[in-house]
Design a binder for this molecule. Structure first.
Ligand code: 5GP
Ligand code: ZN
Length: 113
């Protein structure tokens, strides 16, 4: 999608701090980190969000979680991190290209706000 912020980041048209990349996903540091580790994991193929996902997207959605777990292991935050999909405007979703937040490196309150 030509007007999508995260598609532009994946294409390198907007700079980002890359954390991980492979054929399927791109992961980068959130510009406004809400925790010492705050990484966004996005599928390279554009789709809007979890509520737009179809059964064909099951594999990539699961794979994003595994990439988060790999980064969590590498960052040594396995004593407590959270992976989050914000879905819809009331959740705070502001970018409509599916992305998984990986947050950790501090105590994580429950329930989340
Ligand atoms: P959402 O609120 O849609 O779940 O998450 C969007 C996230 O993208 C926010 O945490 C926000 O800080 C991050 N973000 C927005 N614009 C940019 C940007 O240009 N670069 C980076 N690295 N992160 C961004
Ligand atoms: Zn996109």
């Amino acid at each position: 999608m030509s007007d999508c912020l995260f598609c532009k980041i994946i294409a390198g048209q907007i700079p980002s701090k890359k954390v991980y990349e492979d054929d399927l996903v791109y992961a980068f540091e959130d510009i406004q980190p809400a925790a010492p580790t705050h990484v966004l994991i996005v599928p390279k193929r554009h789709f809007a969000g979890l509520k737009e996902a179809t059964p064909e997207d099951a594999e990539i959605i699961g794979y994003m979680q595994l990439v988060a777990a790999k980064i969590g292991r590498e960052r040594n935050i396995e004593d407590g991190y959270r992976t989050v999909f914000n879905v819809g405007p009331r959740s705070g979703q502001s970018v409509f290209h599916l992305h998984l937040h990986l947050l950790g490196g501090r105590d994580m309150a429950w329930p989340p706000g």
